[in-house]
Write a protein that binds this ligand. Structure first.
Ligand code: MN
Length: 300
């Protein structure tokens, strides 16, 4: 099943006929604030499965092209993110073509958090802050959507806690300032276009993904090459914090990260999950003197 958040507050199922509105099954109205309809729908998904199926079978659909797609989960409890997390296999590097190769390798450094407010949908694009002299990079990542509350989850049980997957970009201002700040501008965590439920993914350890900028290949990888694999991400994060339904996990990026600029179009494609084409624009808000002194050193 493909689930979407759309038109600022609606949740729906994407079918061959278009989007079927199931906002009422989330238990809150479309104009309810905070926008937690998808979180509630995920939390109560099993209990509501029959009613959702009935709604899909009996209700009218709107064309997907007629709705505005928001971040699938707009108000999660948290966005967990793993740093660069792929072995840079020679095969993966073929066709990268930009000469931009990540200097970063995942290791035993754990995970970090991005601000929930950086989440955006495909309709929002990527809005760069007007910072001079800094590179802002794309990181192509598979997003995991947590399905159940849990703490201290073992590897063997980890997959039971995964609700589904989404395309995710972890955008970042390169530099040595605090990582949370560099990765938390509004629109720096595009997700979508929908959540694909885990039952539709035949093998989550063989998910291929790629990213292009203006059609030029930049990143390409498969989850088979993850250093910290998906069960271990669930185990590690839940060792520290209680995972909640709707939590988003950015699974880390492969080699090939590189800068984006105003006017670019970034496209992420994840096999079996979906794709998003994101125009890059430059906003007027976002500069601050904190960026004036470029500090030495590299950080993820
Ligand atoms: Mn990342």
């Amino acid at each position: 099943m493909k689930l979407v958040s759309y038109d600022r507050g609606h949740v729906g199922v994407v079918t061959d006929r278009g989007v079927v509105d199931i906002t009422d099954l989330s238990g809150i109205a479309a104009d309810f604030w905070p926008p937690v309809g998808m979180v509630r729908l995920i939390a109560e998904f099993e209990a509501n499965r029959a009613r959702i199926a009935e709604a899909v079978a009996s209700r009218q659909a709107k064309p997907l092209s007629s709705v505005r797609l928001d971040a699938p989960v707009r108000w999660p409890n948290k966005v967990i993110a793993f740093p660069a997390n792929y072995s840079a296999h020679i095969d993966e590097m073929k066709g990268v073509g930009t000469g931009v190769i990540s200097k970063f390798k995942a290791s035993g450094q754990g995970f970090f958090l991005k601000a929930n407010s950086s989440l955006s949908g495909v309709a929002d694009g990527i809005v760069l802050p007007p910072i001079a002299g800094r590179e802002i990079h794309h990181e192509c990542e598979l997003g995991i959507i947590v399905g159940r509350r849990g703490r201290g989850i073992g590897r063997a049980q980890a997959k039971d806690y995964i609700f589904g997957f989404t395309c995710l970009l972890d955008m970042v201002v390169r530099g040595a300032e605090e990582r949370v700040m560099r990765k938390s501008y509004d629109t720096f965590c595009p997700t979508g276009p929908w959540i694909v439920t885990a039952d539709e993914i035949a093998d989550m350890e063989r998910i291929s993904m790629s990213l292009t900028v203006n059609g030029e290949p930049r990143q390409s990888a498969s989850t088979r090459d993850l250093i910290v694999d998906i069960p271990e991400m669930i185990a590690m994060s839940s060792a520290v914090m209680t995972l909640e339904p709707g939590d988003v996990i950015a699974t880390g990026t492969p080699a090939g990260v590189g800068p984006v600029k105003e006017g670019d179009v970034v496209e992420i494609v994840i096999d079996g999950v979906g794709s998003m084409k994101l125009p890059v624009t430059r906003g007027r808000v976002g500069d601050h003197s904190v960026w004036d002194t470029a500090k030495a050193g590299l950080a993820v």
